[in-house]
Design a protein around this ligand. Structure first.
Ligand SMILES: Cc1ncc(COP(=O)(O)O)c(C=O)c1O
Length: 390
């Protein structure tokens, strides 16, 4: 960030700094951990709140050859010429509903997921209209119980896809699945899902499918289960330097660095007497004369209301705690008598280098997972990109 950018960022009400060098480093680290597989950077949900386009570019610069999104609209936005991504980057999306933009997806050369016959019917119709084959990844439900084709229905789906392939309407580019409990080491479902995946892949290949990529590994599997890497790994949260779960290890244990730092400028600092109620409902009452700092971020910005009275904030090197309720646009911290000037930085979370809390600390404070903390930081918080491409 240049000096003027830094000054501008410092005068914002609040900001989410996105360190693209950290993201590039995380991509390189994940590639080291899965040396035999290509890497799909999962950038759905605006790259878990980090900004899809900037993160997609940085991930590709660091060696990701695939990008993954949930919705077709997210994928089409990345494929648009103005996104400026290399044309040979594969972009896959997996959350389809009937009547979706299949034809646009086929024409844009997106890779699409197919979990059932209805989707195969719609995609083949689109391929016929577009005059080119659709790149299809057949999804197996190996035990997650969410999307994907049940083992009992697999033969029918594979058979129909192979017939469509012979007609030149689809190319079976991938066979894939998704884990339920990869973040719980030793969970019996992991081995069960892997063996079912192998069986379902073997069946499709025995019938004549020749997929370019077989894939099942999300972040926890990429980090801890080499036998799940197959041809392609699909990390999301690890790209952003956040550990999939504290039980698995910290991001530092895996050589990953958090990418997002959220901070705000104190909007007001004031002295109050003891016994003063703070914020809606007066769930915090000052224990004695003290100072209060007003942090101009609230649940409209993605700060969880569940972190009322628990969320940690670093102000002038000291951890403070949300005093009382998080409101829509603001919350208060008890500064214990310190009186920093208005405009002083309050850091909610970041990599932790400066002693600030991490997204995991906020997850713990709010009774959720760090995925939700970073992803829900809202559009009203400007993203300030550090270390963008030249
Ligand atoms: C199909 C699929 N693959 C990969 C991922 C990435 O998961 P994670 O963020 O745990 O790496 C997700 C995210 O939920 C997903 O839905």
């Amino acid at each position: 960030m240049s000096e003027t950018e830094a000054q501008r960022a410092g005068t914002l009400r609040a900001r989410a700094e996105i360190d693209l060098d950290a993201l590039r480093g995380n991509v390189r680290r994940l590639r080291e951990l899965a040396p035999g597989a290509a890497l799909m950077a999962v950038v759905k949900a605006d790259a878990y709140g980090h900004g899809a386009l900037a993160c997609a570019r940085a991930a590709v610069e660091a060696g990701a050859t695939w990008l993954g999104t949930a919705t077709p609209q997210e994928a089409l936005a990345l494929r648009a010429p103005e996104a400026g991504l290399p044309a040979d980057v594969r972009i896959m999306c997996w959350l389809w509903t009937p009547g979706g933009p299949w034809r646009e997806a086929v024409e844009a050369g997106l890779d699409v997921s197919v979990s059932g016959l209805w989707a195969l019917t719609e995609v083949t119709r689109a391929a016929r209209a577009a005059g080119r084959p659709a790149l299809v990844h057949l999804k197996a439900d190996t035990g997650l119980g969410r999307s994907g084709c049940q083992p009992e229905d697999w033969a029918e789906l594979v058979g129909a896809a192979l017939r469509a392939e012979r007609e030149g309407l689809v190319r079976i580019a991938g066979l894939w699945s998704h884990f339920a409990c990869a973040d719980e080491p030793g969970h019996p479902s992991i081995a069960a899902q892997l063996s079912r995946f192998r069986e379902m892949v073997a069946y499709a290949e025995a019938q004549g499918a020749r997929p370019e990529v077989r894939h099942i590994a999300n972040s926890p599997a990429t980090l801890t289960l080499p036998e799940s890497h197959f041809d392609l790994v699909r990390p999301g949260i690890a790209l952003y330097g956040v550990s999939p779960s504290p039980e698995l290890g910290s991001s530092a244990d895996f050589g990953l660095r958090p990418v997002m730092t959220v901070s705000a400028s104190l909007a007001l600092v004031k002295r109050v007497p003891g016994g003063h109620g703070v914020s809606y409902g007066h769930h915090y009452v000052t224990p004695g004369p003290t100072t209060l700092g007003l942090v101009p971020l609230g649940y409209a910005d993605g700060i969880p209301r569940h972190a009322s009275s628990t969320g940690p904030v670093l102000v002038e090197g000291k951890w403070r705690t949300v005093a009382g309720r998080v409101a829509m646009d603001q919350f208060v911290v008890d500064l214990g008598g310190d009186a920093p000037p208005e405009g002083t930085e309050a850091v909610l979370f970041g990599p932790g280098d400066r002693g600030e809390p991490t997204a995991e600390d906020w997850a713990q404070a709010a009774g959720t997972i760090a995925y939700e903390i970073v992803t829900r930081i809202g559009p009203r918080v400007p993203r300030v990109y550090l270390n963008g491409s030249a």
